[in-house]
Design a protein around this ligand. Structure first.
Ligand code: ADP
Ligand code: MG
Length: 375
C-alpha cells in the first residue's frame, strides 16, 4: 500500500474530542485535516484546516470530503455504514465500513467475537418480545443493553428477574437488545491495537479502567494485572483485529473475572478514552497511530515511557464557573487536556489530565489528590 505523506489532506467523520485529538496529531505531523460534522461549534472543527458542516449522510458533503482527502477515518462508530461505503468507493477509508458495522451493533459484535473463538459474557440477542420466551435464569442477574447507540452506560438496564427483563425491554422502546449475564469483575482492562497490515501490528500496554456510574473515571497504566493476563489480553485483541482484517486503531475492552477468566466486553473502531494516557506517556499517541495506520505507515513504537494515570474531567465539576485549573496546571507531574466544548453538562466529557510518576502508585496518589481538589 502506497504511503500517504504530509502535507496530504486527511478527512475525519465526527468533530468531537476524538476527532480533535486526531486533527491535532495529524497537523503536528504536517498533514492537513478536514472535519465533517453537522455542529457549527465542534471541538475538532475549531482545530481543523477545514470544517464541512453537514449531516453524515449528506451525499454532496461526502462527495466533497472524498474528493478533497487522500484518506478518511472516523471518530465514532455511529456513522451510517452507508456513508462509509460511499466514501470507500471514492477514496481510502479505514477502518472499513464492514468493521464499523460490526462494532456499531452489540449483537453483531458479540456474535463476531464469539465466532472468532474469543470469550464474551453469556448473552441472548433480543429482537422481539418472543425472544424472551425461553428460560432466562442462566442470564440473571443480567444487564439489558440496546444493540445500538449505547455509550457511557446509556441504554442499559440492570435486571434481576424475567419480569424485569420484559419491563426493561419495553422501557428501552422494544429496540433490538442484548441480555447479558452480569459477571463478577475483578477489574476491567483495555488494549489498543494499531494495525496497518497483517505484518504491521502493535498494541499499547494494557490499561486498567475504573468506571463511575457507567462512565470511565480513571485509567491506570500499566494495569495491575498478572503478566499472564496482560499477555492474553494483547493476544486476544490482536487475534480479533486479525479476524476482522482490521486496518486502523481498534480498542478492545475486557472484563477480568474474579475467578481469573478474561472475556471481551466490547470494541470500539477508533481511539478510546482509556488510551488518552498515550498522549503524554508514549512516543506516539493512539491518535498518531490513527494517522499512521490511515496513511499506510507502520504503527510506531508503543512502549510506555512512564507509569501514568489518566483522569476524566466530566461536566459535573463545572458549577457556576470553570474548575480551578490552577490546581492541575501547578502540578508539574500533570498534563491537562481540555476539549474546547462550549457548554458543560453532567456526565459530558470535557477534558482529562494525565499524571506521570516513577511508579503507578505514586501517579495514582497524585491523580486522586488532584481529582479530590477539583470537586
Ligand atoms: P458502554 O458502551 O456504555 O461503555 P459497556 O457494555 O462497556 O457499555 O458497559 C459499561 C460498564 O458497565 C462496563 O464498563 C462495566 O463496568 C459494566 N458492565 C457492563 N456489562 C457488564 C456485565 N456483563 N457484567 C458486569 N458489569 C458489566
Ligand atoms: Mg464500554
Amino acid at each position: 500500500m502506497a504511503h500517504i505523506l504530509p502535507p496530504a489532506m486527511l478527512g475525519i467523520l465526527g468533530g468531537g474530542q476524538l476527532g480533535r485529538m486526531f486533527a491535532m496529531a495529524a497537523r503536528s505531523m504536517g498533514y492537513r485535516v478536514t472535519v465533517l460534522d453537522p455542529d457549527v461549534q465542534s471541538p475538532a472543527g475549531s482545530v481543523a484546516d477545514r470544517h464541512i458542516r453537514a449531516a453524515y449522510d449528506d451525499e454532496g458533503a461526502l462527495e466533497d470530503l472524498a474528493s478533497g482527502c487522500a484518506a478518511v477515518t472516523t471518530e465514532f462508530e455511529n456513522v451510517p455504514a452507508d456513508s462509509l461505503r460511499f466514501l470507500e468507493s471514492r477514496t481510502r477509508v479505514s477502518p472499513s465500513s464492514a468493521c464499523v458495522a460490526i462494532a456499531q451493533d452489540r449483537i453483531l459484535e458479540k456474535r463476531y467475537i464469539a465466532g472468532a473463538g474469543l470469550a464474551v459474557a453469556p448473552f441472548l440477542a433480543v429482537d422481539a418480545p418472543q425472544d424472551l420466551a425461553g428460560d432466562l435464569a442462566p442470564l440473571l442477574p443480567g444487564i439489558l443493553k440496546t444493540a445500538r447507540f449505547g455509550y457511557d452506560g446509556k441504554g442499559q438496564v440492570r435486571v434481576a428477574t424475567p419480569e424485569d427483563v420484559h419491563g426493561a425491554f419495553e422501557a428501552l422502546g422494544c429496540r433490538p437488545c442484548v441480555l447479558e449475564k452480569r459477571l463478577d469483575l475483578e477489574t476491567e482492562i483495555s488494549v489498543i491495537v494499531a494495525r496497518t497490515s497483517a505484518e504491521l501490528v502493535r498494541t499499547f500496554p494494557v490499561a486498567e479502567n475504573r468506571h463511575e456510574a457507567g462512565i470511565l473515571d480513571v485509567s491506570i497504566v500499566p494495569a495491575r494485572v498478572t503478566p499472564d493476563i496482560a499477555a492474553r489480553a494483547c493476544e486476544m485483541a490482536c487475534a480479533l483485529a486479525e479476524a476482522m482484517d482490521y486496518i486502523g486503531v481498534l480498542a478492545v475492552e475486557f472484563f477480568v473475572l474474579e475467578e481469573g477468566g478474561l472475556v471481551i466486553n466490547e470494541i470500539a473502531p477508533r481511539p478510546h478514552n482509556s488510551g488518552h494516557h498515550t498522549l503524554d506517556a508514549c512516543a506516539v499517541s493512539q491518535f498518531g497511530q490513527q494517522v499512521r495506520t490511515l496513511c499506510g505507515l507502520p504503527p510506531a513504537d508503543t512502549r510506555l515511557l512512564s507509569p501514568v494515570v489518566m483522569v476524566n474531567l466530566l461536566g459535573d465539576i463545572w458549577r457556576d464557573d470553570e474548575p480551578a485549573w490552577d490546581l492541575v496546571l501547578s502540578e508539574p507531574a500533570a498534563v491537562l487536556h481540555l476539549y474546547g466544548k462550549a457548554s458543560a453538562r453532567a456526565g459530558r466529557k470535557m477534558g482529562h489530565f494525565n499524571v506521570l510518576a516513577e511508579t503507578v502508585d505514586a501517579a495514582l496518589e497524585k491523580a486522586e489528590a488532584l481529582k479530590r481538589a477539583l470537586r
